[in-house]
Ligand binder design. Structure first.
Ligand SMILES: C[S@@+](CC[C@H](N)C(=O)[O-])C[C@H]1O[C@@H](n2cnc3c(N)ncnc32)[C@H](O)[C@@H]1O
Length: 178
């Protein structure tokens, strides 16, 4: 199975902590392998996501403070492809067959503040989830749902301590035997 990594560009420590955490949680819930938060170290986000992963399972990697250009260069050198989610890109339904045909490892770039212009050039695909401005968390969720053909519902997490039991009413959480 190809690896899926999210590259979060433009994270501002404190100000974006909640949204960036949601980018990470969404990526994990949909079965991505990890997130790189570019350019700025954020130990709080790292520790929140590691805590969720140790309780609810993984594997899921979170790294912060890697220069985005280095992350992109390393990814390309290892043969991976890049999708950049942007309202200015080609519509997801139009490009999805081409993207899904590939077995390449996939890096998905999402922004926060204004994205550097070079990102549009280095991406193999600039993909829009509607051509309207929206949240990066929502755009990522829709992209991953389409890309995975809804298989996120069947995704298995390993080494979980707890598991949520789907319930019609109320909250049920089970301890997982080790
Ligand atoms: C809230 S937007 C801010 C964009 C910023 N104002 C700019 O002009 O680049 C943050 C991120 O959400 C994602 N995004 C926003 N709208 C999108 C859309 N319609 N389709 C795909 N991604 C989108 C992009 O990754 C974008 O960098």
């Amino acid at each position: 199975m190809a690896r899926i990594i999210i590259l979060r560009i433009g994270h501002r420590v404190f100000r974006d902590m909640r949204v960036t955490t949601h980018v990470c949680l969404t990526a994990r819930a949909f079965g991505a392998d990890g997130v790189i938060i570019a350019d700025r170290e954020d130990k709080v986000v790292e520790s929140t996501i590691r805590d969720v992963t140790s309780r609810f399972g993984g594997p899921f990697q979170v790294q912060t403070g890697i220069a985005w250009k280095k992350a992109v260069k390393d990814w390309k050198n290892s043969g991976g492809k890049i999708v950049h989610l942007t309202a200015y890109g080609l519509p997801l339904p139009k490009v999805l067959p081409e993207i899904q045909d590939l077995t390449y490892d996939m890096m998905i770039i999402v922004g926060s503040e204004k994205m550097p212009g070079e990102v549009f050039k280095i991406a193999d695909w600039n993909v829009s989830v509607t051509n309207q401005p929206m949240s990066e968390v929502a755009a990522l969720a829709v992209f991953l749902d389409w890309y995975m053909d809804h298989q996120e519902f069947a995704h298995e997490f390993s080494d979980a301590q707890v598991r949520i039991v789907p319930s019609k009413s109320g909250k049920e959480v089970q301890q997982v035997a080790s």
